[in-house]
Design a protein around this ligand. Structure first.
Ligand SMILES: Nc1ncnc2c1ncn2[C@@H]1O[C@H](COP(=O)(O)OP(=O)(O)OP(=O)(O)O)[C@@H](O)[C@H]1O
Length: 123
């Protein structure tokens, strides 16, 4: 039997996590701003449903990676604030994951927006 109140509470906690991510984390604020600009640009250029699906996927992946990265950073800081090579490796690898998805998002953005912007410029 599904415990519905427990499921709803989990959504509430996750929602609080989303609010905290964009309220307190500088990098997440940058990602939010970029997403707003991309959505505005996409609305202006009139993207297809498939293009919107790709953009939404990229935005979601980067935001989710930022959330995981922030969570891992906080755990690392709880483990130790002393210099530790394993903590450094964990933080850097986690940041690398965000960067990889960020680069992928930029490439997808260029593939979708690039031709449309070039076409507009040449008209
Ligand atoms: N306890 C630690 N031991 C070793 N290296 C660390 C430790 N804490 C952070 N670092 C390293 O120092 C650099 C900066 O990390 P820091 O956590 O200050 O900034 P950040 O990873 O950009 O996070 P934030 O978004 O909180 O500023 C990174 O290369 C990280 O791996």
């Amino acid at each position: 039997m599904i415990n519905l109140p427990k499921v709803l509470r989990s959504f509430q906690f996750a929602g609080q996590g989303i609010i905290d991510l964009f309220r307190y984390e500088n990098n997440a604020k940058v990602h939010l701003l970029v997403a707003v600009v991309v959505v505005a640009l996409g609305s202006w250029l009139g993207l297809s449903a498939t293009e919107w699906a790709l953009i939404c996927t990229q935005v979601g992946l980067v935001w989710a990676a930022e959330g995981f990265n922030t969570a891992l950073e906080k755990l690392c800081n709880r483990v130790t604030t002393q210099h530790d090579p394993l903590i450094k490796a964990a933080k850097d690898l986690s940041a690398a994951a965000v960067l990889i998805l960020g680069i992928t998002a930029v490439v997808v953005g260029l593939l979708i927006f690039g031709p449309k912007l070039i076409l507009m410029y040449n008209e």
